[in-house]
Design a protein. Structure first.
Length: 204
């Protein structure tokens, strides 16, 4: 827990987080200038290093904060307790979009961080991702009622297809500035309706 950072007013915390997500979403870890983060947050570089020991500390804090906020939002939207896959996807979409309204660059940062190859941060990112993936989310698929789907559907393959399609769409949209959040919500809703017609039984 970074007590110095969390002692700041909420508005200052949000300014620093948004500055970090913006700068690190535009560059690789190595090429991202910490001075730009400080400037975007409206503070000095030395003050930024008062809150975070170094660049690596800041980067991993941003990642862990992203993971914590996503997990908290998914729980708040009751995503993991659903037995209907498409209701779970819908709530998951709403949970993530609610974060993007407050932190517009967080999605781009998360994707960049996940694919970051710098050895000083990549192992920690992937260890954190695996820990998150193996927590509440791991049992979500097991809760689904297979009777709602068409005969012969491989649920894990279906879920993986939806996941990859969603990630690909998100990657494409996150390159736009400003982020078209309302358009993304509509598109995801359309995708969910398409998947329902494709995979659910007639009375599903």
């Amino acid at each position: 827990m970074n007590e110095k950072f969390f002692s700041l007013p909420k508005e200052r915390q949000q300014a620093i987080l948004n500055a970090g997500y913006h700068v690190f979403s535009q560059n690789t870890y190595k090429k991202a200038p910490v001075g730009e983060v400080a400037a975007a947050a409206g503070i000095s570089k030395s003050l930024l290093f008062y809150y975070f020991r170094n660049k690596r500390d800041l980067y991993l804090f941003l990642w862990e904060n992203c993971v914590r906020m996503t997990s908290k939002s998914m729980i708040a939207y009751d995503c993991y307790q659903q037995t209907n896959l498409f209701e779970m996807l819908k709530r998951g979409m709403q949970a993530k979009m609610s974060i993007m309204y407050e932190y517009p660059q967080i999605g781009s940062f998360a994707i960049n961080a996940f694919y970051e190859e710098d050895p000083s941060v990549a192992p920690a990112i992937h260890e954190s991702y695996e820990r998150y993936k193996n927590s509440d989310a791991k049992d979500a698929l097991a809760r689904l009622d297979p009777a709602q789907f068409k005969e012969g559907i491989d649920l894990r393959m279906m879920y993986r297809e939806m996941y990859l399609a969603s990630e690909g769409y998100l990657w494409e949209m996150l390159r736009k500035s400003p982020l078209p959040i309302e358009e993304m919500e509509r598109d995801f809703a359309d995708m969910i309706e398409f998947w329902k017609k494709l995979y659910l039984k007639e009375n599903g």
